[in-house]
Design a protein around this ligand. Sequence first.
Ligand SMILES: Nc1nc2c(ncn2[C@@H]2O[C@H](COP(=O)(O)OP(=O)(O)O)[C@@H](O)[C@H]2O)c(=O)[nH]1
Ligand SMILES: [Mg+2]
Length: 350
Amino acid sequence: MKQVNILMMGGKRCGKTTVLASMYRYIDKALAGTSMRLEVDDQQTKHDLDEAINSIMKKMNDFKVPLTRVEVDENPTSASKTYSFHLIVEGGSKIPFKIHDIPGEWLTDSHQKEVKDLVKECQVIIIAIDTPYLFSKMTIKGYGIYHEEYNKPLEIANFFKNSLSVENVEDRMILFVPIKCERYYHLTNTPQLNTSKRNYMQELIDAIGCGYRDLLMYLRSTPALINNCTMAITPILSAGGIDFVRFRTDPETGKVISLYQEPEFLHESEKGYAPKFCEQPMIYALIYILLQEMEPNKSKSRFGGAAKLFRGMNQSQMFTAVETLRKKLKRNTGNHPEDGFYFIQNPREL
Ligand SMILES: Nc1nc2c(ncn2[C@@H]2O[C@H](COP(=O)(O)OP(=O)(O)O)[C@@H](O)[C@H]2O)c(=O)[nH]1
Ligand SMILES: [Mg+2]
């Protein structure tokens, strides 16, 4: 059956479900004016998203105590999850909309073949990046000391290079989504804290360039990839009113712990659960998929014609939807990234 498939990969427990829950909470605003709505399709998805919101809300409360410690989850599940939604198009047609969440380990273990098959079905691949691990404890390599271990950039690059053919990845959108960006966003935008006037969100782009160097080089290595593979960076504040402060090694156990707290100088309205930009990856994905469907030359698009996927939506409605979404899309102006949003490669001219 024709459906939208999005693949999310990243370290275990890096906060993917929480981001999805925040995204879903604000999706109506993102889709207003597009003739489309997104609805949860099954009880399990609803349960998982509700639980993620409850968990993060509870954390927000705990973080009112300065420097609350968070330990790396020792027993994370390494199962994949599929979140099921329906994209409902005005006029009644329902398009299955699935988001597949796979742990980084799957790229190197016996599940490789499964992931490979999944990639073939997915229009959009999201690489979720735990930003404190990428950015904190910066090394001369241009990324943080824990990045390789927790975000698995080498495993991701090797999987793309060795397990997928060029046809598997061209004609795809690949989004680098740094999550938990609160600290860097707040530092950049709080004059009292940013005495050296650094733009941390812009520096994040360089850290991604260094931290995912192999993958980026590969995705720009052939004309087929450069001309067909869309790549962008879309940072997210998954929760809003909490800042990662620093890593510390527990002297007793030797384990790395993260310290979080409510940010200083934050406006009252931004305190507590106030995620930012979570809808952006979805806006990027939808514009991309709509444009792919509207392309006159369908021979290249393996995902079929407009009439098939967006049943009930005519060409002019699709055009309006694209234009409406475009107005909401955060993007760089020329080479100047806004809040760390940056198109690395944009052959379809989103
Ligand atoms: N401090 C902090 N914790 C978070 C954030 N996002 C998620 N978490 C917590 O991290 C844990 C794992 O999150 P989850 O979304 O389930 O991660 P997933 O395994 O990648 O889907 C949960 O306890 C969340 O409440 C965040 O932005 N900041
Ligand atoms: Mg999860």
